[in-house]
Design a protein around this ligand. Structure first.
Ligand code: THU
Length: 134
């Protein structure tokens, strides 16, 4: 994992809109083209309408015309490294290979690394759709 990805995630976390949880998350993904895309969580008074930092980073990547990611960094000021929620694991798996490394970080620089396959074993994928008999 390179420092530029970490720096982008830390920087965008400062823009998180999280007045309800007060939990500020930043995510940065590196596109296959080498460019970094970042996003933060955006909460809403209607709680389920809030979006995660990972979703924001993915949206920025797709909006820029890149569809594959090669590296992910997620950071929040939590005592243990922040792990992507279940929905975000599926969202990340849509755009990254099984071996893509996800670095999760918490307060005081504590980090943990897992691959997308480790985060989402048995992921639902295109292969399931192709095998359908209906
Ligand atoms: N959150 C993220 O943005 N990403 C994660 O990986 C975990 C959780 C956000 C959602 C919500 O705004 C806040 O953190 C508390 O759950």
């Amino acid at each position: 994992m390179s420092d530029d990805l970490k720096a982008a995630a830390e920087k965008v976390s400062r823009n998180a809109y999280a007045p309800y949880s007060n939990f500020h998350v930043g995510a940065a993904v590196r596109g296959a083209n080498g460019t970094i895309y970042s996003g933060c969580n955006v909460e809403n008074v209607a709680y389920p309408e809030g979006t995660c930092a990972e979703a924001g980073a993915i949206a920025a990547m797709i909006a820029a015309g890149e569809t594959r990611l090669t590296e992910v960094y997620v950071v929040a000021a939590s005592p243990t490294p922040v792990t992507p929620c279940g929905g975000c694991r599926q969202k990340l798996a849509e755009f990254g290979d099984a071996e893509v490394r996800v670095t999760m970080a918490g307060a005081e620089g504590v980090e943990m690394q897992m691959t997308l396959a480790e985060l989402l074993p048995g992921a639902f994928s295109q292969s399931h759709l192709e095998g359908s008999t209906s």
